[in-house]
Design a protein around this ligand. Structure first.
Ligand SMILES: Nc1ncnc2c1ncn2[C@@H]1O[C@H](COP(=O)(O)OP(=O)(O)OP(=O)(O)O)[C@@H](O)[C@H]1O
Ligand SMILES: [Mg+2]
Length: 231
């Protein structure tokens, strides 16, 4: 059974959820913890000889210390690189939060100390006309780690996302400031504003890296506020 599982959400698509998720896994591996990771739903998959494959899921599969099959890591792989419910519609498939949550629960039965479930896009990504991907962490009752893509506009995106997380009855366990824009003006002022407005701990500031990889990202993350290790 995974002891501590977290849902990794982002302020938007392309803000560094995968980069930070892999960094968090690596930081936990460095502490000697057993780690697991899922990307339950991925759009933008490539056809390979083994079947559809997604870069996010492959990186998480590779970085987690506990090995899962690709289909366990990413049970719903959609080829078109578009909003998942539209990709599913085009393929004549229907996405369902209950089914995705059940698939996650299955993987959560594996023994691990730290588990990451990476979302897709932002918090209210639709699965169908009635459900959004937020229904999955809601059903699983997993605390959330929010990746903030540090760029102009990120403060409002962060506050709206945190409001929605809390409204959904979930706990924000921590957040990460990820520098996706090396030219951002007033980075420090934006960071301080977020720090003063968010109650949850800042788990780290990841600088803009020329060579993004889990080992270097992990150096900027501090898991001590997630209470993973029993003291
Ligand atoms: N700290 C960083 N420094 C440099 N590049 C970064 C950094 N963080 C993210 N990137 C780059 O930004 C892009 C988006 O990052 P990533 O794939 O982690 O976003 P995401 O939120 O997981 O996106 P999706 O919604 O598609 O899952 C990638 O090309 C990644 O390498
Ligand atoms: Mg991703």
């Amino acid at each position: 059974m995974a002891k501590k599982a977290f849902f990794v959400a982002g302020t938007d698509t392309d803000v560094g959820k995968t980069v930070v998720s892999a960094g968090l896994l690596q930081a936990a591996n460095n502490l000697g913890l057993k780690t697991l990771a899922l990307k339950p739903i991925a759009a933008g998959c490539e056809q390979t000889e083994e079947g559809l494959r997604n870069g996010d899921a492959l990186l998480l599969q590779q970085t987690a210390s506990q090995k899962l099959s690709y289909d366990q890591v990413n049970p719903i792989a959609l080829e078109p690189p578009i909003a998942p419910h539209i990709a599913a519609q085009q393929l004549g498939r229907r996405l369902d939060a209950d089914r995705i949550a059940a698939l996650c629960r299955g993987a959560m039965m594996q023994p691990a100390d730290f588990m990451i479930i990476e979302g897709a896009g932002g918090w209210r990504v639709p699965l169908n006309n009635r459900q959004t991907l937020a229904d999955v962490p809601k059903q699983l009752k997993t605390p959330v780690i929010l990746v903030v893509g540090m760029k102009l506009g990120c403060i409002s995106h962060t506050l709206l996302t945190v409001e929605a997380i809390v409204k959904d009855g979930l706990r924000l366990a921590g957040w990460v400031a990820n520098c996706v824009d090396p030219q951002m003006s007033c980075y420090q002022e934006n960071l301080e504003t977020l720090q003063s407005m968010l109650a949850a701990p800042l788990l780290g500031e990841v600088p803009y890296l020329d060579n993004v990889n889990p080992v270097d990202v992990a150096e900027h993350l501090n898991l001590s506020n997630l209470s993973l290790v029993n003291k």
